[in-house]
Structures are given as C-alpha cells and as structure tokens.
Design a protein around this ligand. Structure first.
Ligand SMILES: [Zn+2]
Length: 451
C-alpha cells in the first residue's frame, strides 16, 4: 500500500462511513476502505474533512470560459437573448488559436477542480483554423483539450461534435466555418483521429455527438448514431430555445424530441443537453426511454433559456446530470441549488425531492458517469480510483451538523470556501484553494487574455 488517509466521514451510497479509512496503491486505486484503522499502516494522513465523490461535469465548451461574464452589458432598447449572445460567442470562437484554447482550457479545468469537479465532458466543435481549413492534425483542437486536462490534472471525456449546417436546411454561416464537417465521412475521420488522441492519454475517454438537429441533416443524424461506435456515449443539444423548437416544427412538423423519439432508438446511451421546452408527452417518453438529460442551470438561466421540468421528469424516473456549458457558473453546488430552487419557484413547494441532497448527489454521479462513458455502482469502493472533493470539518455549519443533516448542510449551504481540497488518483490536486500547478496555468492564461 502506498498511502493511507483517514477522513472524518466519507460518503457511500448507503450513507456516511465515519471515520473513513482509505488506502491507495501507487496509481491511486483504492485497496482498503473501512471505518477501522488499517493494522499494517505505518503512517496515515489524517484529514479533518468530509469526502464526497468528485462531481461530474457532463457538458463543457472550454473556449467559452474565455468570454464568461463579458457579455453582460446590454444595450438599452435592444433585445439581448440567446441568439445575440451567440454572435458574441462566435466572435470569441473566431479569435482563438490552438495555444490560446489550450491555455484557456487548462485554467478552466484548474478552476473546475477547485470547485469539486473531477471529470469533464468536453463537447468540442471548434475544429478548424480561423479560415475554416482543417489543421494538418485533424484532431488538433481536441488534442489541445486533452493536453489541457492533463496539465490541470482533471479527467476528460472528449466529445468531437458533428456540425454541418447553419440551421434546418440552411448552409453554414461564415462565422461557423471553424465548426464544420461537410459530410459524415469527414466527421468520422475526425472521430477516428480523436480516438487516437485519447488512446494515448490515460486520463481521457471518448464520446461522440451531433451538435443538434438544426446543425446536422436528418439522415446524417440517424447515420451518425447508427454507424458510430456502439460502446461510447452519444451527446446532442435539443430543445434549448423556443425558436429552435419552432424552427424544427416548421421543417419536420415535429418538435426536436418528437423527431428524436420517432427516428432513433433513444436509450440510455443518449445524453440530451438542455431539453428545456418539453410537452407532457415528451417528459414521459424521455423518462421512459432511459435517455439522460444534461442540465446546465447556470447557463440556462444566464441565456434566458427557461426552466427544465425536473419535478415531472424525476417523478417518472428520469435520469439527469449537470454541466457548466458556457462556464458562467463553475460551482456544482450553485448549479444543484439552481436546479432545485427553480422547481420551488414554480411549484411553490419545498419538496422537489424527498431527500434533495442525497438525490442530487446520486443522480448526478450515476448519470454523470454514464455521460463520461463508464458506470460505477458505488461512490468509493476497492478497485476504483480515489477521486474526491473534501469539505472542511472545521467550518462552522459543517462542524455542527449531525450526520443525518451533514450532506444537506454541504449541498445547500457550502461555498467554495468550505472546500479543503480535491483529489485525483489519491493525490491532492487542489489543497487549501491552491491548485498544484496554479502559477504556470495562470501565467499562460493571462498571457493569452492579454493578446
Ligand atoms: Zn452546449
């Protein structure tokens, strides 16, 4: 055994293990897990804190971190909405070279680790150079994101995105030129090259994707799923904006979710991002299909998308994860509260769930794992890597919470100041709000921003 830790408490799906002793081998795999001190230990690092499984961030566009908070000046008398924000986002996308993207992503990933995320799904559609020409290395940008994740020490699932057209039946706009794969063969080439990138990166996995029904021709959406790899997760955006739903209806005489359900074998491999505007029938059918919905409440609020019908979806057994999307919020606890409180605003009831904190952690853990391309029945167990966020047992509210209220106290009251640190592979990556490569990552990020 390489190293032992003791935590005041460690969260299992059955409740707190108190105290929680964990032994890891040289690569951070848990070999010992018990509330009893190991007999063969010579040294145990004692951590006065509460360990939760690291949060899974199931939807990220890393480059958008470069503009987070910078599209909030609204010109009087104009209509600023998702579509005008998108123009600003396109300007950002057109301005960044691969090195800038790598520096921005490394900074973002370091910040995500500080907030308790340990795995990110990168929905990557910024593929080509500023003129829209493929780089000599077709998967250049994906490779940079995988490198950024390695620098920051976070796990990544790289999801190359098929983006083909500007809107339903419309050619791409010039400002979308960096995103475009004209044909399904071009996209599969990109996916193949991306598979080679992750094959050489132990911290990386692969997913595949179409951007949305508006961005890919109907036949190619079907072919992408049917001819794509059968063992990795499939992601797409759908039903985020009312205009998108209306455009889809005009083109297909069906809403995006209806079209998906009618044309694809929608199942647990699907991770459908947003699903903001759903009918009663769609809520029920999606829950029944076992498809996962990826909710990004910080971004959905910021962009004025609307409120997902979580109460209805959850009561019918629906599965969901969370993502930070545009990165206007990086704090998983803030996003989990947004999810719950948006329901409370609209239902005028407090009990979105019977035990909100436990359900929020459990659902986002399992659906988050699925979005990344793996599954795990337990938060921590022998044979798994020790990836954890640890909350500080010295903080006033957490120090006083009885065990039955401890998880609620963390989920509903903790700020990032309550985080003692984050571990990946059984090692501190963040400790006392300091990321182990903070200096160099920050320097590269600020030099990119200064250009
Ligand atoms: Zn997105």
């Amino acid at each position: 055994m390489k190293k032992y830790y003791s935590f005041d408490s460690l969260l299992l799906s059955t409740g707190w293990l108190s105290p929680g002793y964990v032994g890891v081998d040289g690569v951070g795999t848990i070999q010992y897990l018990s509330d009893k001190s190991p007999v063969d230990s010579v040294a145990i690092e004692s951590i006065h804190g509460f360990a939760l499984p690291g949060f899974r961030n199931a939807h990220s566009h890393a480059f958008q971190f470069g503009m987070a908070g910078m599209a909030e000046k609204h010109r009087p008398g104009t209509n600023d909405d998702f579509w005008s924000w998108r123009e600003a986002m396109y300007r950002c996308a057109l301005s960044l070279d691969p090195t800038a993207v790598e520096h921005i992503a490394a900074m973002l990933y370091a910040e995500l680790l500080k907030k308790g995320y340990t795995h990110v799904a990168e929905f990557q559609y910024l593929h080509h150079d500023k003129d829209g020409k493929p780089y000599a290395n077709y998967a250049e940008m994906g490779e940079r994101l995988v490198a950024a994740a390695e620098t920051a020490g976070i796990r990544i699932t790289l999801i190359p995105v098929f983006y083909q057209q500007g809107n339903f039946g419309k050619e791409p706009f010039p400002e979308q030129r960096r995103f475009i794969s004209k044909t399904i063969d071009e996209y599969f080439q990109l996916l193949d090259d991306s598979a080679h990138v992750v094959a050489h990166a132990p911290h990386a996995r692969l997913g595949f994707s179409v951007h949305s029904l508006r961005a890919v021709k109907p036949n190619d959406v079907v072919r992408t799923f049917e001819q794509g790899p059968s063992t990795i997760p499939f992601h797409l955006h759908a039903a985020e904006q009312k205009k998108e739903v209306a455009d889809c209806f005009l083109f297909h005489k069906q809403t995006p979710i209806e079209w998906l359900l009618n044309n694809l074998p929608v199942n647990e491999r699907f991770h459908i991002v947003h699903c903001t505007h759903l009918t009663d029938h769609e809520v029920a059918a999606l829950a029944k299909s076992r498809a996962h919905v990826v909710l990004c409440p910080g971004t959905e609020g910021n962009l004025g998308d609307g409120i997902f019908r979580l109460t209805d979806f959850a009561s019918q057994g629906g599965q969901w994860s969370i993502g930070t999307d545009s990165h206007i919020s990086l704090n998983p606890l803030e996003d989990l509260r947004w999810l719950d409180y948006a329901q409370r605003f609209t239902t005028h009831k407090r009990n979105t769930f019977d035990d909100g904190a436990a359900i929020l952690v459990d659902k986002t853990f399992h659906a988050g794992n699925s979005a990344m391309g793996f599954s795990s029945s337990e938060y921590f167990s022998v044979g798994q890597k020790l990836d954890a966020v640890i909350y500080d047992a010295h903080r006033p509210l957490l120090s006083q919470a009885r065990r039955e209220h401890l998880l609620s106290a963390i989920i509903y009251t903790a700020s990032p100041a309550e985080i003692l640190g984050t571990m990946i592979d059984g090692k501190w990556i963040v400790k006392n709000n300091y990321h182990f490569r903070e200096g160099e990552i920050f320097k590269s990020f600020t030099s990119t921003h200064a250009k």
